[in-house]
Design a protein around this ligand. Structure first.
Ligand code: SAM
Ligand code: SF4
Ligand code: SF4
Length: 342
């Protein structure tokens, strides 16, 4: 199949499918506000609609699909969607990103349904911090969810932490050691000024360079892993004992030039960039009876014109403030990170 390339020569290679905009946590970098505008329930795609769209994307090259949200495990009966997607031969890699609160309960069913990879967000090992920063009183359940995922047979488990100065920058090494002991891979994410991050400030970003320095001080030599042709957002590094970790340096070293990602929200709005202002409504044609070929033609034509490089453009700004003020987010909840999926 000839790859479908955008205006900057980037193929369509992966899809982040958000299955809900709801969340049972309130991470300070994503959902710091007291109230939110939610997507109308009737607009949420059914499992059949989500699976059909994912299949059309996969047919155009997006063979890697990641389920996200909001908190994807809040979507009732998620394993049913997983089995629909796992049964589609065009989808070759199926993953889930979760905050872990409900993972212990669902890990086995997800695995049995055909899910192969799980990433759990874990910003802190301290329950009191999780409560204060993410209004999450269920930190122990997150840790239990990670254990259950390993027990259910999910190998290659990844743990994501957004590193924020003054919140968890003193846990860079403890988180790494926790992940290594589990045989999981820690991934540090620079704090991004995405929609919804209304408390973002440049000073709160802990840059890749600093994360590497902290780790090298504790663990000695850190070797970058050469992964030619990789389109993964994380740069990976290795310690002397062979264990690996990753850094997603979206703020200080944006990787838009190799970005092959699309995002579809739970109401079927398609975004070509995490920072993209306008989405494309795929729900309407889907519900109006468009064929797979018609949906495919629409996606093909839009992707061909894609020239988004949101993080790179943001990096060129001198003084950087939050992307959208609260009113702008209330007016269109699709601008929120928790609606677009990370
Ligand atoms: N609720 C799930 C979770 O937290 O894993 C999935 C959705 S969440 C939006 C996906 C990812 O986005 C998480 O790993 C989260 O840490 C990341 N994220 C959210 N806001 C961010 C921000 N301002 N900067 C960097 N990463 C962010
Ligand atoms: Fe936190 Fe994920 Fe919920 Fe955002 S969507 S508040 S990152 S758990
Ligand atoms: Fe891709 Fe947009 Fe993120 Fe750049 S900012 S890596 S183009 S999603």
């Amino acid at each position: 199949m000839t790859p479908l390339l955008d205006a900057l020569g980037r193929p369509l290679g992966s899809l982040r499918l958000s299955v809900t905009d709801r969340c049972n946590m309130r991470c300070g970098y994503c959902m710091p506000e007291a109230e939110y505008t939610w997507l109308p329930r009737a607009s949420l795609l059914t499992f059949e609609e989500l699976a059909r769209l994912a299949g059309v994307f996969a047919g155009l090259g997006a063979a890697r699909v990641r389920l996200t949200g909001g908190e994807p495990l809040l979507r009732h009966d998620l394993p049913t969607l997983v089995s629909l997607l796992a049964g589609d031969a065009r989808i070759r890699d199926l993953a889930l990103t979760t905050n872990g609160v409900l993972l212990a309960r669902h890990a086995r069913a997800l695995r049995d349904a055909g899910l192969r990879r799980v990433t759990v967000s874990l910003d802190t090992l301290r329950p009191e911090r999780s409560l204060a920063f993410a209004r999450n009183p269920r930190h122990a359940e997150v840790l239990r969810g990670i254990d259950e995922a390993a027990a259910a047979g999910f190998t290659g488990l990844k743990l994501n932490a957004v590193v924020i100065r003054g919140f968890n920058d003193d846990e860079i090494v403890p988180l790494l050691d926790y992940a290594r002991a589990l045989g999981a891979e820690m991934r540090y994410i620079e704090y991004m000024d995405v929609g919804g991050a209304t408390q973002w400030s440049a000073g709160a970003v802990v840059p890749r360079r600093e994360i590497l320095e902290v780790i090298a001080r504790r663990h000695g030599a850190v070797t970058p892993l050469a992964e030619p042709g990789s389109r993964a957002p994380a740069e990976r590094f290795q310690l002397a004992d062979g264990s690996c970790f990753g850094i997603i340096a979206s703020v200080t070293a944006p990787f838009c030039r190799t970005c092959d990602r699309s995002r579809v929200t739970a109401d079927g709005t398609w975004f070509r960039c995490l920072y993209g202002e306008d989405g494309i409504d795929l729900r309407e044609p889907l519900r109006q009876g468009a064929s797979d070929e018609e949906l495919s033609a629409r996606i093909r034509s839009v992707w061909s014109g894609r020239d988004d490089r949101g993080a790179e453009v943001r990096a060129t700004l001198g003084a950087r403030a939050v992307l959208y003020p609260v009113e702008g987010l209330r007016a269109d909840p699709r601008r929120e990170m928790h609606t677009r999926g990370g």
